[in-house]
Design a protein around this ligand. Structure first.
Ligand SMILES: Nc1nc2c(c(=O)[nH]1)N[C@H]1C(S)=C(S)[C@@H](COP(=O)(O)O)O[C@H]1N2
Ligand SMILES: [Mo]
Length: 443
């Protein structure tokens, strides 16, 4: 109860000050005193202070808030540190063509709460009036249509869990570690349960011409984000989505309707969707073909690079959640996220020595295709320095490369598609640092 004053309530403070180590450290202390407790991690034993716990806490001596205080609920004020964050290194110099990073170090399970979903805009967040919103589907289709939101929702809906990852996730790190922070290092991704109609259902209804091979998806925001996508993907698992985690999409995520392109580059997931055009050839004007490319060591670029590769990262510990509160011999859970745009996570291996030896972690909870997957490994920390790495494999037998394997192929000038193994250094004090171990031995 004394810990009350540890947490300063600054709900809308986006300043970098919130990121200070001290703040995180205080917060984890707060939890270790107040909330942790399974026999494995030695909770405080029940003893003479039994009475103290039965004394009334400040919040138990008066009425609480009325139920109609927040008709749309907000998190506890004590959770003020669990916010999206921005960084100059990761924006184009303003807050409109910019990105806010998801606090994945605070994430639990495989769903990102809507208010914490990372946001990548090229022309700001459009505020769209759903009554005026329309979706045009035309080009090489038998029956071109314009749908209102109400008409769109007449199609049978589906609900699926998928991550969205900007292919630039981790992009500042090609030449070496840049951030001692998981949020800034890997926070260009989030995951949600999406509801909408499978694009295939609409296309079966209106009829696709036989020679339609490309689809152009365009948004109604200032940037419009036109992207070309192969028709095969449209007929496979693309969704036209209007809901996110059980409610309407957030404006930042493309309200009222966005495209969900499971597992593929985040930029293809066009927000504030207004138009889908089908064609027998790709578009050639600069605006219409804008598409990320991947520069290789040879100097040539890969033009079409769709799926985000198999990837993983340990989320606890991480630089924001070190082991400085642990004692020698404590049992501790190593946890993390694995994901793949090319399938379902099959297994995740953990290394304590920077890749000389690997041990298989447990997958927990739901294991779904093109979806975040939680892994967990219980271990005893002997207070010795470690190099903690995770390495994921998907059901198409794609495995994460070492940094050396990845850069030997694509060099260090790349921006996109970084999926090399991430290593945290644990010091003997329990601090956690972002280091890059370049060579890992084969398992
Ligand atoms: N209309 C439109 N759609 C867009 C963008 C945009 O700027 N405008 N940004 C794209 C990029 S680059 C990414 S990574 C994803 C991010 O989705 P999110 O903001 O919901 O996280 O949206 C994509 N869709
Ligand atoms: Mo992106």
């Amino acid at each position: 109860m004394k810990d009350n004053k540890l947490v300063k309530v600054k709900l809308n403070d986006k300043s970098e000050k919130n990121l200070s180590r001290r703040d995180f450290f205080k917060k984890s202390l707060f939890y270790s005193v107040g909330a942790l407790g399974t026999s494995a991690i030695s909770p405080t034993l029940l003893s003479a202070n039994e009475k103290e716990i039965m004394q009334e806490a400040p919040w138990g001596t008066k009425l609480g808030d009325p139920v109609d205080k927040n008709l749309y609920g907000i998190p506890s004020a004590y959770e003020h540190n669990n916010i999206r964050r921005t960084h100059d290194l990761l924006s184009s110099g303003d807050s409109y063509a910019s990105i806010s990073m998801c606090p994945i170090h605070e994430s639990e399970g495989i769903i990102t709460p809507n208010g914490l979903f990372f946001t990548r805009n090229h022309g700001g967040t459009a505020q769209v009036n759903p009554n005026e919103w329309r979706l045009m589907i035309h080009g090489k289709v038998k029956k071109p249509i314009v749908l209102t939101l109400e008409e769109l929702k007449k199609y049978p809906s589906e609900t699926r869990i998928h991550f969205i990852e900007c292919p630039a996730n981790g992009s500042p790190e090609w030449r070496g570690p840049q951030f001692n922070s998981l949020q800034f290092m890997k926070g260009m991704m989030s995951s949600a349960q999406w509801t909408g109609v499978m694009l295939k259902t609409i296309l079966e209804d209106i009829g696709l011409e036989k020679d339609a091979v490309w689809m152009l998806a365009e948004g109604s925001d200032d940037a419009s984000n036109p992207r070309t996508i192969p028709v095969e993907k449209a007929l496979d698992d693309i969704m036209v989505a209007w809901a996110q985690n059980g409610e309407a999409l957030r404006p930042e995520q493309g309200y009222p309707v966005r495209l969900i392109v499971p597992g593929w580059e985040g930029n293809l997931n066009t927000k504030w969707l207004r138009r889908l055009e089908f064609s027998d050839k790709p578009w050639h004007s600069k605006e219409e073909t804008s598409k990320y490319t991947m520069l290789q060591k040879s100097g040539k670029a890969i033009q079409y690079f769709w799926a985000n590769e198999v990837n993983s990262v340990i989320t606890s510990p991480c630089p924001e959640k070190p082991w400085t509160h642990l004692k020698k011999g404590d049992l501790v859970e190593v946890e993390g996220l694995a994901w793949s745009g090319t399938g379902t996570i099959k297994h995740v291996d953990i290394s304590l020595d920077g890749g000389d030896n690997w041990i298989e972690a447990n997958l927990k909870g739901l294991v779904l295709p093109k979806s975040w997957t939680r892994f967990s490994y219980m271990m005893r920390w002997e207070g010795k320095p470690l190099f903690l790495s995770s390495r994921a494999t998907d059901d198409n037998n794609h495995t994460q490369p070492t940094i050396d394997q990845e850069t030997s192929k694509v060099g260090v000038e790349s921006v996109y598609h970084r999926n090399a193994i991430v290593t945290w250094e644990i010091t003997k004090k329990g601090e956690c640092n972002n280091v890059q171990i370049r060579k890992h031995k084969k398992a």
